[in-house]
Ligand binder design. Structure first.
Ligand code: FE
Ligand code: FE
Length: 199
């Protein structure tokens, strides 16, 4: 795999982060993280975004998955993250927000764009940045994903970032409905924003 050099912009090199992350996540989750990093880099290249930021955000997006979902509300309290009513009932959603604080505290990431992409990767949000979109989509289409709807998003991810994001959000929302769960308001806001922008 091609290793991306950090050129001193971040205190830890990508290699050091990879090593540390590998020791903290289950093997399957670590492989997923590497896949998201590579896919995010490919998308960043396509859309002229900072490759290093895409690599870091992709690699670390699930760093808080080392915690069990019941541990996440307590970590939100520790980090001062406000827990909304939906996340209260579905605490696994909190691995995005908690992950951004873990990335800051344990992986010395201070770049707000990277941290924000990690923060909102579970639900999306209104008016997402390019990097946030890239990480959200990379998480959805990385090569290890094989559910039916992935192909449709994969096909357009390198053609039209917003269309791919809309499709991915639709899939996430359908999935949540099928499971009988509550839909997070940020996913709805993300989707409505994209639709309103395109009309
Ligand atoms: Fe995640
Ligand atoms: Fe993920």
């Amino acid at each position: 795999m091609k290793i991306i050099r950090t050129e001193g912009k971040f205190p830890m090199t990508i290699e050091e982060i990879m090593e540390k992350l590998k020791n903290s996540l289950p093997a399957k989750r670590y492989v997923h993280s590497l896949n998201v990093m590579e896919t995010a880099c490919a998308l960043a290249k396509r859309y002229n975004q900072d490759l290093e930021k895409a690599a870091l955000a992709g690699l670390l997006h699930d760093c808080a998955r080392r915690y069990q979902s019941h541990e996440l509300p307590g970590l939100c309290q520790k980090y001062g993250i406000a827990v909304d009513n939906i996340s209260c009932l579905h605490p696994l959603l909190l691995h995005g927000p908690v992950g951004s604080f873990v990335a800051r505290e344990e992986y010395q990431v201070t770049d707000e764009e990277v941290l924000s992409a990690i923060y909102c990767h579970t639900t999306g949000k209104e008016n997402m940045s390019r990097l946030e979109k890239i990480v959200f989509i990379a998480d959805f289409i990385e090569p290890g994903r094989d559910f039916d709807e992935v192909e449709g998003v994969r096909d357009i991810a390198f053609e039209d970032l917003d269309k791919a994001l809309l499709k991915a959000l639709d899939c996430v929302i359908f999935y949540v409905i099928k499971k009988g769960h509550l839909i997070h308001q940020d996913s709805i806001k993300a989707r409505n924003y994209l639709l309103m922008k395109s009309t």
